[in-house]
Design a protein around this ligand. Structure first.
Ligand code: BTN
Length: 251
């Protein structure tokens, strides 16, 4: 059972468990309208019936086998132009925890914020922000982590069980992950943006390596950087080009 977390300062002090819901991100977004909502509320479910992914995709997760939850944050000192720090902090938090638990495996981040183990996707993150220019007002950080699911529709997905060959306790992982998120979020709150960026680039799949992508056409390029607004900066035959999420696919 998911408990209120004792080890954290403000994340997970209120945990709302729903056996079934359509999307924890949508439940969290609805809660933002209530005046008493606090930073750190977590909505967690065992069965998400309309899980949302990036680019309008659906997030599938077998009921009762994985972690699916959303956290409400109030990053109201984070400027809109720095909002990609939320993607970096969340993907690093998931990576930090996985590296602790799976120390012999290769844990990486695929731009913008997917987490991969041994070149297969283990976690997806969907961040939905509300703005109060020039700052953010709220962020809903939704995380799906494949834990005990063994079969997937794609051979590019994996889970902790597929890697470790054992079952993992969802409430224990939930606690570890929220703790890890709080650590990284504190770095964001204290504006340690260069640290988050350096750690993110260290984990980034394809950084400084040649690989193939598809945009309007297929091409080969080298990821050189990620811009302040979160665009992927790729060197294509000596020319640097910037890509948004919807503009590029990794091949
Ligand atoms: C992706 O990789 O496309 C992002 C997937 C994000 C899935 C999580 S599961 C909890 C939260 N609620 C949602 O509807 N989506 C996110």
């Amino acid at each position: 059972m998911y408990k209120i977390l004792a080890k954290t300062l403000f994340l997970g002090k209120r945990v709302i468990y729903m056996p079934t819901c359509h999307s924890t991100n949508d439940i969290a977004a609805n809660m933002l309208e209530k005046p008493d909502n606090q930073e750190g509320i977590v909505i967690v479910t065992d069965n998400q019936t309309s899980g949302k992914g990036q680019r309008g995709n659906v997030w599938h997760s077998e009921p009762g086998l994985n972690l699916t939850f959303s956290i409400i944050l109030k990053p109201n000192t984070l400027q809109i132009k720095h909002q990609f720090n939320l993607n970096m902090m969340a993907s690093l938090a998931v990576s930090d925890m996985l590296k602790e638990l799976l120390p012999t495996e290769e844990v990486k981040v695929k731009w913008p914020n997917d987490v991969y183990v041994n070149e297969k996707k283990i976690s997806g993150i969907l961040i939905e922000n509300t703005l109060k220019p020039p700052f953010l007002e709220y962020a809903v950080v939704g995380i799906g982590l494949n834990v005990n699911q063994e079969r997937f529709g794609s051979d590019k997905a994996t889970s902790m069980k597929r890697i470790s060959r054992q079952d993992h306790s969802l409430p224990e992982l939930f606690e570890l992950l929220i703790f890890s998120l709080e650590k990284r979020y504190m770095q964001l709150k204290s504006r340690e943006y260069p640290l988050l960026k350096t750690d993110y680039m260290t984990h980034l799949i394809g950084f400084r390596h040649s690989r193939r992508f598809r945009s309007e056409y297929e091409f080969e390029g080298v990821i050189e950087d990620v811009s302040e607004e979160g665009k992927l900066l790729i060197n294509i035959k000596g020319q640097r080009k910037a890509f948004d999420l919807k503009e590029i696919t990794f091949l």
